[in-house]
Write a protein that binds this ligand. Structure first.
Ligand code: SF4
Ligand code: SF4
Length: 315
């Protein structure tokens, strides 16, 4: 790799091209600012108790608000999306269902590694450049930065939606201590659509959209909630989901633009693909460990997954 000095504009272009070559779906860049409105909104959301038992979401407000407290001299936020839409999504259509993002290897590791490589590449051009990469791992408001950087608008289902790519992607950010050229946000294209609100079986999305009561969301219940039994609110409403829930993405018209990912690490293992409703019902701890080793599903644990499978039913 050449280490010729690039001016700001050429360096910005180089970063974007390099990110796309590395397999990222989209890339956008925004300036570091203090996220006052966004953290006020988060505070109001927490005050309603919508975070359920995700108490960590109330931590580190100061860092969420100002990335300069996370990294000295932070100036630019490089936002990246990484496609996880599978070619074969049968694991999300046959109960017990698994959210598409969780079919393969844990995205934290896969995406973070690519981001670190991108950062190292930047440092070849500018050895003095300081930066940190984050994937769902620190108090960084990734969705808010992604919105500012033009990776999509925040839909009524509260996810970032790209007008040509849909919403089946992970988000990550690299914060660096140098100035770059910045992108502009994409306007909201939800219009009068209410499909996600209407389709959510637990009414977790506010009637007017743009706000999610996570404590009512199947995704939260099946992944985050540590309880022996799911609350009665979820009875008969699981629609077969045992780990996560993709309903509000499945119904979103913009996801007709989703294309299959090409990341080998995200393909489901043969063992997972071979599961039948009978084998799910008799899954042992050893089966669970061997099927889900290194995947996001591991997080819910064997007992948690058994609980979810029972709640999901076999419909
Ligand atoms: S993930 Fe499922 S339960 Fe949660 S808001 Fe979307 S449709 Fe509703
Ligand atoms: S389903 Fe409709 S309202 Fe919901 S996020 Fe998609 S476009 Fe917006």
């Amino acid at each position: 790799m050449s280490s010729t000095h690039l001016d700001k504009s050429s360096f910005t272009t180089w970063i974007k091209e390099e990110a796309l070559t590395a397999g990222f779906l989209t890339v956008g860049i925004t300036k570091v600012v203090t996220l006052d409105t966004e953290t006020d909104r988060l505070k109001a959301w927490l005050d309603k108790g919508y975070n359920g038992e995700m108490h960590y979401m109330a931590n580190h407000f100061d860092l969420r608000k100002d990335p300069r407290l996370l990294m000295d001299g932070a100036q630019s936020v490089i936002c990246l999306s990484f496609n996880y839409h599978p070619e074969d999504d049968s694991l999300s259509t046959t109960a017990p269902k698994i959210a598409r993002y969780a079919y393969g290897r844990d995205y934290h590791k896969v995406v973070k590694k690519k981001m670190i490589n991108l950062l190292k590449g930047m440092q070849v051009h500018r050895p003095e450049l300081g930066g940190r990469a984050f994937v769902d791992s620190a108090p960084v408001m990734e969705r808010e930065w992604a919105k500012r950087a033009g990776l999509g608008w925040v839909g009524k289902n509260t996810l970032i939606i790209h007008p040509k790519k849909g919403s089946y992607f992970f988000l990550g950010v690299i914060i660096i201590d140098q100035e770059l050229d910045y992108d502009t946000p994409i306007s909201d294209h939800c219009g009068t659509c209410t499909r996600c609100i209407d389709a959510c079986p637990t009414e977790a999305i506010a009637q007017e959209g743009y706000e999610l009561n996570a404590s009512q969301c199947i995704s939260y219940a099946t992944i985050e909630l540590k309880a022996e039994k799911l609350p009665a609110d979820f009875d008969e409403k699981m629609e077969g989901w045992a780990f996560g829930c993709d309903i509000c993405q499945e119904v979103c018209p913009w996801n007709k633009f989703s294309t299959p990912h090409t990341e080998a690490d995200f393909h489901p293992s043969d063992k997972l693909k071979a599961m039948t409703s009978e084998s799910w019902a008799v899954m042992t701890q050893d089966d669970f460990d061997s099927i889900f080793f290194g995947t996001p599903v591991k997080r819910t644990g064997y007992e948690g997954m058994k609980r979810n499978i029972e709640a999901a039913g076999n419909d």
